[in-house]
Write a protein that binds this ligand. Sequence first.
Ligand code: CUA
Length: 320
Amino acid sequence: MNPGGVHDALDPQGPGAAAIAELWWILLAVTGSATLLTFLVIVLALWRRRTETRSAGPAQARREWIFVFVAGGVIPSVLIFVLLIASFRTGARVSVPAGETALVVQVTGHMFWWEVVYPGHGIRTANEIHVPAGVPIELEVRSADVIHSFWVPSLHGKIDMIPGHRNRFWLQADRPGTYRGLCAEFCGLQHARMAFLFIALPPDEFESWAARLSATASGPEAAPAAAVERGRTVFLDRGCGTCHVFRGLSERGETGDVGPDLTHFAERRTIGAATIANTPENLARWITEPDLVKPGSRMPATRLEADELDALLALLGKRP
Ligand code: CUA
């Protein structure tokens, strides 16, 4: 399962994750050495207790008190203060973008998928965030239902998505690539399969992606017109439009925003929030038996005749 995308907080691909990974290594080095040293002293103490039978004189007792005070009080306090400074420094580094933000992307968490809106381009899509590489991106995150948490481990730390509240955040991918993102706050049955792809493109490729996505689609050009036409009828009559939007589909004005906007669906690499690859077979399975793919998802099963299913796949650009 789990199609596509790198997902590794310790192999940072952007300045945010790099700052956090650096702090992680500092914490590991300091706390790891402190733990090793503590165990060493314990072993030493046990060994000395076995071999030394003489009772200690007042001078030695004083030395031991000084040792306990310095090793148990002074050194830990200094170390904790150093770690405090290091985490403040990281906090400052990740809170301010590395430069002028090039783009605003609004991401809304839903049970269990991600709505992605580009207000500057008039694009509404789902479960995939395309951005230009090498520039800071501003993210505005919120939730439509419960608390979710937005996290792209290779690029930045996480941020909560809270109902009725907008959180701001920035991200940068240094190089083009596909990075896996995930929900980092337990939000229900399908929390573990609430993932997304964060796709950084060379700037010119991003521009052509944005131009394609902002155009209204009335069905893929490659599919036969008759099949697409039949697909429209199925989409509207079988209730797909209650939850989904397919821009340019009809004059009936479906405004369903319960589920992902399906305009340009064929462009997406995955189905069900990066749960399965976007292939015709998987899409057919997802439409007819979504609970087998994602138990507890909000997508109801749709009973369709074989030709209706084919027509729907043709409309979505996934003709088998
Ligand atoms: Cu959404 Cu966990």
